[in-house]
Write a protein that binds this ligand. Structure first.
Ligand SMILES: C[S@@+](CC[C@H](N)C(=O)[O-])C[C@H]1O[C@@H](n2cnc3c(N)ncnc32)[C@H](O)[C@@H]1O
Length: 468
């Protein structure tokens, strides 16, 4: 008879955009992880593990119910199937959390699904579904299929009370959707306005008529002696975090600011374009917003926006009732304090447990402040946690943190962003980071030393070293 063990996906994934994308990322991760393993075969429609009873992972995630095999008996033991099950289960938990249910008949644990249903699902791996073109608008509105196949514009430019024009969603949009990707009309180094103006005149003369018209159609909060630099000051977005070069765009520059944005703007330095991705689900009719500021309490944000862009912010975060605004300001202060503490290299070296604990606290506060969708701030936080771990040679946790940073970056910036790609490569090879072991060996682990049999809460406790 033998003993079976494995894990189930409960509930099964849907055919919706988000589940498909998550499963696609998971499959890419597995392919990369096992690319040098001769027991792992990539078939046209699934990955086959030539161990035990040859468990499989399909490319269509909604078909997947179970990954399992007999783990007793000579073949199972010599082929190392249990090791595959444990490793893949750990990686699946990172992607799908508590949806992954581990079971082992040796410990009197059993899978959720009936074996007949499981066998039927595995048979269906061979037959890819027909491409599912939705037949009703309702399906699009529910976000069940890739919107880009339809070529329906995701937004329109409309008047927004009190803010001039802005972008408004024409459909329900899921988190991670690329809303816009644009090359700048012009790029220019930040300078005093009197120096900027003649440079802009030269640049404008060199532009096509159509581009000139697009530039001149943009809003100007600083009219007067230097009209062109007024347009730049109102609209330019830095080409990369902290850059002194700003880009001006024909459509991106119609996106208004919010201190609790639903989209993220990112300069892709390889492609030299700006991308805008939804960082939370956006409802039909909702305004699409990005953040122009660097955070901080509401008064500091207002001052920065007035000084840098010439407006008083009326976003939902700044117009909260007084008691909610005070609570938000307190969280923002905490965010700044924790951010500074985490970035302190001496503390990272001498008190890494405390630094990692601060990462965990910051994660919780960011989730509260940004309604569970803190966007790229969390990618930075995971990268900080990565650096703490790798500086003390903990490759197992560093790899998980890099993978989490990678997943957030995919949502905020897309797969082709250089920062996303760097996180992906660090997830596979954390020891390639220049800080590997620079502080100590005291947390030394290998990338494979992941704990077994933990649920999501226990896994996070292990990850942030909060077990004791
Ligand atoms: C880059 S433009 C955005 C598009 C602009 N609304 C338009 O009509 O062209 C920035 C300007 O939009 C307005 N704006 C953007 N976000 C705002 C906000 N949160 N509150 C008030 N006004 C805002 C301000 O006038 C700001 O200077």
């Amino acid at each position: 008879m033998g003993i079976d063990a494995g894990f189930d996906m409960v509930p099964p994934l849907s055919t919706g955009v988000v589940d498909r994308r998550n499963w696609g990322q998971f499959i890419d991760f597995i392919k990369e992880h096992y690319k040098a393993d001769t027991q792992v075969e990539i078939k046209p429609n699934y990955i086959n593990f030539n161990a035990g009873e040859h468990p499989k992972l399909p490319f269509e995630g909604h078909k997947f119910l179970r990954f399992s095999s007999k783990v007793s008996g000579r073949i199972a033991i010599t082929s190392g199937v249990e090791h595959y099950i444990n490793t893949i289960r750990g990686l699946a938990q990172v992607h799908f959390g508590s949806r992954i249910r581990y079971w082992n008949e040796g410990a009197d644990q059993y899978g959720v699904y009936d074996w007949n249903k499981v066998r039927e699902s595995i048979r269906s791996y061979e037959q890819p579904d027909d491409s599912e073109m939705p037949t009703t608008i309702a399906q699009f509105l529910n976000g069940t299929d890739p919107l880009k196949e339809l070529k329906i514009p995701l937004f329109e430019i409309k008047d927004i009370p009190g803010k001039g024009k802005g972008l408004v969603a024409r459909l329900n949009i899921s988190s991670g959707t690329l809303l816009l990707c644009e090359k700048p009309l012009l790029r220019i180094q930040s300078k005093p306005r009197e120096e900027l103006e003649p440079l802009l005149v030269t640049k404008l003369k060199a532009m096509s008529r159509a581009s000139q018209r697009q530039f001149l159609a943009l809003h100007n909060n600083f009219p007067g002696k230097y009209p062109f630099s007024g347009i730049v000051k109102t609209n330019a977005l830095p080409c990369g975090s902290g850059s002194h070069v700003g880009g001006v765009y024909p459509t991106v520059c119609f996106i208004n600011h919010s201190c609790i944005p639903n989209a993220h703007n990112s300069w892709n330095r390889s492609e030299e374009h700006e991308t805008i991705h939804a960082i939370r689900p956006i409802k039909i009719g909702e305004e699409i917003t990005i953040s122009y500021d660097h955070g901080g309490q509401s008064s500091a944000r207002q001052e920065f926006l007035k000084e840098s862009f010439g407006f008083i912010c009326t976003c939902s975060g700044c117009t909260l009732p007084p008691s909610s605004l005070r609570a938000s300001d307190n969280r923002r202060t905490q965010i700044q304090i924790l951010d500074e503490a985490i970035g302190d290299p001496f503390r990272m070296m001498t008190s890494p447990y405390e630094s990692l604990w601060d990462c965990y606290s910051l994660l919780r506060i960011l989730e509260q402040e940004f309604d569970s969708h803190p966007g790229a701030l969390v990618a930075r936080l995971y990268y900080d946690a990565f650096q703490i771990c790798i500086a003390h040679k903990d490759q197992a946790r560093a790899s998980i943190f890099a993978e989490r940073a990678y997943k957030v970056r995919v949502t905020c910036e897309g797969e082709d962003s250089p920062d996303t790609m760097r996180m992906k490569s660090l997830a596979f090879s954390p020891a390639d980071h220049s800080s590997f072991g620079v502080y100590s060996n005291k947390w030394k682990t290998t990338r494979e030393s992941l704990p077994k049999g933990l649920d999501t809460v226990q896994f996070n406790k292990w990850l942030f070293r909060q077990e004791s």
